[in-house]
Design a protein around this ligand. Structure first.
Ligand SMILES: Nc1ncnc2c1ncn2[C@@H]1O[C@H](COP(=O)(O)OP(=O)(O)OP(=O)(O)O)[C@@H](O)[C@H]1O
Ligand SMILES: [Mg+2]
Length: 336
């Protein structure tokens, strides 16, 4: 059975959703969207799929989350009152203080999480801030074995979970301690890279046990209604699912990438193209993935003129991003 992520466009990339009972590690640097992504998974689980959810934060108090999530139209307090959601935790220092006061240990905390999941009959659990969570354990080994036992218990309960982990700036690796990814059944990495105005959000599915998944970088947006995958320029996307044998056909040169970009833009516009300019092109890295970023302007006849009708010529700015490993067009965006 599959569990829908609640992120529009993502389930298609992992063959209909996350296998039930699996644990997904969601990692990324700060501000990449981990909290938003994982909260959306819980909220949509409740509102769209009727599955109660538990969200454990090691960063924020519930009151702060209530406020922050209102901007996406998610009313956590109401869902908590209705009984379909439970928020646990809070800032690390207050948890540690409380733990000391009552003489609680790490295992008690894990037991408490399991108890709430069981009580709520929760189908979904999020643990936001594994890095902070790990600080409560005496060493890596203790953390790893507790994580493994937590996962086993969740799996038995049929609870599908997302644990978030921060990747520190300038560091390699998929998670903070480098142990989480071995415990997880799946790993999704979030990126927010580029410079200034041209930063791009993208995600990569690094591993997903028990299912086929996309091997490509996918772009996403954080907008008013939450996170959604940006389709590579609807309609301009030529090869939907290239055959396996064709995947790594060519290591694209910048020149080839520019040709592909021109092609995709003219297809996208469809109307008669008057001029097409490439104004900038370069190669950048999103995580480990080299990407050609090409942009320019296109002028085209949006409405032809007749004897009486006035024709309309439009000019638009476009950006195309191409995976430099295989020439695949990842995104084509046109600005009005
Ligand atoms: N309502 C909104 N509309 C559009 N973008 C938003 C909205 N709310 C937040 N964002 C964007 O999402 C980003 C942060 O997302 P989020 O808090 O989920 O990231 P994170 O990876 O959890 O960060 P951290 O490492 O600090 O925990 C913000 O920096 C902002 O750019
Ligand atoms: Mg966060």
């Amino acid at each position: 059975m599959r569990v829908k992520t609640g992120i529009p466009g993502l389930d298609e990339l992992i063959r209909e959703g996350i296998p039930k009972g699996n644990l997904i590690l969601l990692s990324g640097k700060c501000g990449t969207g981990k909290t938003t992504f994982s909260m959306q998974y819980i909220i949509k689980g409740i509102t769209d799929y009727g599955e109660p959810g538990v969200f454990v934060s090691f960063e924020r108090k519930p009151e702060v989350l209530y406020e922050e999530m209102k901007s996406f139209g998610w009313h956590l307090e109401t869902l908590e009152k209705q009984g379909s959601l439970e928020l646990l935790g809070g800032p690390l220092d207050s948890i540690v203080k409380f733990g000391k006061k009552v003489g609680a240990k790490e295992e008690d905390m894990i037991e408490e999480i399991i108890e709430v999941v069981r009580e709520k009959k929760a189908g979904r659990l999020v643990l936001d801030g594994l890095g902070q969570f790990s600080m409560m354990f005496p060493d890596k080994l203790a953390f790893r074995s507790s994580l493994a036992s937590l996962q086993q218990k969740l799996n038995k309960l049929g609870c599908t979970s997302i644990f978030t982990s921060e990747i520190e700036e300038g560091k390699e690796g998929l998670s903070r301690l480098g142990v989480e990814e071995f415990i997880a059944d799946g790993v999704i990495i979030l990126y927010y890279e580029g410079d200034g105005l041209t930063r791009t959000r993208a995600l990569e599915i690094r591993k997903m046990r028990g299912t086929e998944h996309s091997n490509y970088l996918s772009f996403f947006e954080i907008a008013e209604e939450g996170i959604k995958i940006v389709k590579p320029g609807e309609g301009a996307y030529l090869e939907k699912e290239p055959k396996k044998s064709e995947e790594k056909k060519e290591a694209t040169s910048l020149e080839q990438a520019e040709k592909a970009a021109e092609h995709i833009v003219t297809q996208h516009v469809q109307e008669k193209v008057r001029s097409l300019m490439i104004e900038s092109s370069d190669i950048k890295k999103i995580g480990e993935i080299p990407v050609f970023k090409i942009s320019g302007t296109v002028e085209y006849i949006a409405k032809p003129s007749g004897f009486l009708r006035h024709g309309v010529t439009e000019k638009r700015f476009w950006t195309v991003q191409i995976d430099a490993r295989n020439g695949r067009v990842l995104m084509c965006r046109m600005q009005p």
